[in-house]
Ligand binder design. Structure first.
Ligand SMILES: Cc1ncc(COP(=O)(O)O)c(C=O)c1O
Length: 436
């Protein structure tokens, strides 16, 4: 069969289907953010925090305004703005009161901070498997992993879709555990009529540069529980220096850090938060367009959205069925990239396969905090621990982020056309792949 010039894959020397429009991340920083930062600069008060008792312990006006806006929007009593979601997770973990010997059940399919912040308390993460369609914690696996040492569950609303939070909360309540939601990737997602971040006891949001709303760096934790709020606020701002003067008797986990958000970051985050609903709507519309464009392509399965849930598409995560597509996932991804189309084969390796867990080296070199766990050598992080997660990562998942502005509907169609072009040329591509 002879191929027209345009149908020769770029990987085999043909013309790129997308020669001149590289993928661009969210660019929704504009005049509003610039003016808000300028206002802070003009005030000359770039941070409102001081680590001593009194009003400045709680931060400056922009930080407080951001916290108030989150409380109002999410219908919660408290919010703690911090300099990253990693810091927010760290605050949340410390607020649970956990320490050496304790366990937190969490997902292995997340950015590494979800589990390292458990280690930072002296407790250890226990990795439960995830669900094949929404990639959130599998409640059955969670329950099977509960031990007398378990103190909390940390669910991750990964890629913008809620985990099965109602069931996970019921499990947490049944066993007297706290449920923490790492909601870094899912601001304003909905699970069965409720906003993610509010179903657990604490919900963490990220404002890093890749997130739907961003302030360069930044994050926030929301909670309805005054005692958790107090612990987080202490940990954010050198709690050790203020507890006695503030009349706080329970000093567990109050040796704090400096995790404070600046007034500039808060100013940007406020402006971005005002745009969040629009930013999400734009992503959802583009994702739906991509769903439509991919509908006729066998073997590329669009993201599942559970009935009653709202996905907010931090990433657009497809399942790749190698047998149906007729070529390896890695070859497909390589060919798409050569066409100038943004794609990634897999996300991150399951966290427990990182050297940290494989070698059990964290604080110093003697194995703490793993050595503090009463399971001893039975505490293992081995290949095969979470088979669904491993299968998804190694074979089934492909990811793109093109469903975010400034990309357009035409870019969605072009991405699908590119996928069709690559699949149509699979025999030629496979020949090269086998020869390589
Ligand atoms: C699920 C998840 N948790 C935590 C984090 C950490 O966020 P930050 O970069 O704000 O510390 C990220 C960031 O990518 C994330 O995606």
């Amino acid at each position: 069969m002879t191929m027209g010039n345009n149908s020769i894959p770029a990987l085999l020397g043909g013309p790129k289907i997308n020669p001149d429009k590289p993928f661009r991340f969210n660019s929704a920083i504009g005049a509003e953010e610039a003016a808000a930062v300028q206002e802070v600069i003009a005030s000359k008060e770039l941070s409102g925090f001081i680590a001593s008792p009194g009003e400045p312990f709680w931060g400056g006006p922009k930080v407080r305004m951001l916290q108030d806006m989150f409380c109002q929007h999410f219908g919660v009593k408290h919010a703690v703005a911090v300099n990253s979601a990693t810091s927010g997770l760290h605050c949340a973990m410390m607020a649970t009161g956990i320490g050496p010997g304790d366990e937190v059940i969490t997902s292995p399919y997340s950015m590494s901070a979800t589990s390292t912040t458990v280690l930072m308390t002296g407790a250890v993460p226990i990795f439960a498997d995830i669900e094949a369609d929404t990639f959130g914690l599998d409640p059955i696996s969670v329950e099977a992993n509960i031990t007398p040492q378990t103190k909390a569950i940390c669910a991750v609303n990964i890629f913008g879709h809620p985990a099965r939070l109602t069931e996970l909360r019921a499990i947490a309540d049944k066993h007297g555990l706290l449920l923490i939601e790492d909601n870094s990737q899912a601001p304003d997602a909905i699970h069965q009529g409720r906003k993610t971040g509010t179903i657990g006891h604490m919900g963490i949001f990220s404002f890093n540069r890749h997130k739907t709303m961003q302030s360069g760096e930044g994050g926030i934790v929301i909670t309805d529980h005054p005692s958790l709020f107090e612990k987080m606020a202490l940990f954010r701002n050198h709690g050790e220096a203020v507890v006695d003067a503030m009349g706080i008797e329970d000093i567990v986990n109050t040796a704090g850090l400096n995790l404070r958000m600046t007034e500039m970051e808060a100013a940007v985050a406020i402006e971005q938060f005002k745009k969040l609903s629009r930013l999400n709507s734009e992503r959802i519309a583009l994702a739906k367009r991509l769903d439509f464009a991919l509908a006729g392509i066998d073997g590329l399965i669009s993201p599942k959205v559970v009935e009653g849930d709202q996905h907010v598409y931090y990433m657009y995560v497809m399942k790749f069925d190698e047998a149906t597509v007729g070529m390896p996932r890695e070859l497909f991804a390589e060919a798409m990239l050569a066409e100038g189309l943004f794609i990634r084969a897999g996300y991150l390796r399951p966290n427990y396969l990182e050297p940290l867990y494989q070698k059990k080296i964290c604080f110093g070199s003697s194995g703490f905090p793993f050595t503090a766990n009463p399971r001893g050598d039975a505490l293992r992080y081995y290949k095969g621990l979470c088979p669904t997660c491993e299968r998804l990562q190694e074979r089934e998942i492909i990811i793109t982020a093109i469903m975010q502005p400034p990309q357009t509907e035409e870019d969605m169609d072009l991405w699908a056309d590119g996928a069709q072009k690559v699949i149509a040329a699979r025999d030629q591509l496979l020949q090269r792949w086998k020869a390589a």
